[in-house]
Design a protein around this ligand. Structure first.
Ligand SMILES: Nc1ncnc2c1ncn2[C@@H]1O[C@H](COP(=O)(O)OP(=O)(O)O)[C@@H](O)[C@H]1O
Ligand SMILES: [Mg+2]
Length: 254
């Protein structure tokens, strides 16, 4: 297996194309991400960032092209099976049940993943998930909120919890859509510091969409700039964010 080049990439897309009517949301994307990378994606509104995440997770199917996760073809696979391969994602607006406690949310997520959600609610508390859940909350600095309802978490805490729920599933590839959107300016670096530290201690390959250039510059090791469904630059943040084409497309100014 080691000499099969397909397997050296956690993610590989080949000529992935998808349009919505007249809008080309993925324009023959050829993207390769290796194990352990932390990749930021920037791009103006509507440039295809979320579509890219939806294609990887199986929520959208490309019209042509192929997607490989750890060397395995996932094109057209339903999201549930892509998740099983080790792909997890967090959302721009966290999909949380605000009435549950933070710890219960974690248990529900772990239970849902193992196919034992719903009616299994009561026995959940006795499961090994209990410990796995608490450990994850501690890593994300959320343990003091464990018994409080999700609705009491500050904005940054909700984003961290949403990501912690994905992280607890021990994915190989973690996708995050705008981890700092909706987080106050004072808290966004704290959220990213926590995230990056947790990720550093794991070997999870991560792709994050980010509209905030300061965040991308500070935390990304590699940045992809999207414009009209295409990658117009790919490299170190300093280079990509200094590129006049990127500045015009992403920031609307040079
Ligand atoms: N389900 C959909 N139906 C129709 N158009 C869509 C759909 N999803 C995305 N689009 C369009 O595709 C383009 C890319 O959208 P999106 O990937 O959400 O952009 P971004 O996340 O970069 O803001 C936009 O023009 C958007 O309106
Ligand atoms: Mg988006």
């Amino acid at each position: 297996m080691a000499n099969n080049p397909e397997n050296s990439f956690v993610l590989r897309t080949k000529d992935v194309f998808l349009s919505f009517g007249a809008v080309t949301a993925a324009d023959n994307l050829n993207i390769e991400v290796s194990a352990g990378e932390l990749v930021g994606i920037v791009g103006a509104n509507g440039s295809g960032k979320t579509t890219f995440l939806n294609l990887i997770t199986g929520y959208l199917k490309p019209e042509h092209g192929s997607i490989l996760v750890m060397g395995q073809e996932t094109t057209g696979m339903p999201p549930r099976l892509v998740t099983k391969l080790g792909v997890a994602r967090s959302f721009q607006v966290p999909q949380l049940y605000t009435n549950l406690s933070v710890h219960e949310s974690m248990l529900l997520s772990l239970a849902a993943e193992s196919g034992k959600g719903g009616g299994f609610w009561k026995p959940l508390h006795r499961d090994p998930w209990e410990q796995q859940g608490m450990e994850t909350l501690e890593r994300f600095g959320l343990e003091t909120y464990a018994d409080r309802p999700v609705s009491e978490l500050p904005g940054g805490g909700r984003k961290l919890l949403d990501i912690a729920l994905s992280f607890a599933l021990k994915p190989k590839l973690l996708l995050m859509d705008e981890p700092t959107s909706g987080v106050s300016v004072e808290n966004k670096f704290q959220v990213m510091d926590t995230l990056v530290n947790v990720l550093k201690e794991s070997d999870i390959t991560t792709i994050f969409v980010e509209h905030d250039m300061e965040v991308v510059q500070r935390y990304g090791r590699r940045v992809l700039a999207f414009d009209n469904g295409s990658v117009i630059a790919d490299g170190e943040p300093e280079h990509v964010l200094a590129d006049p084409e990127v500045r015009t497309a992403v920031l609307g100014r040079v």
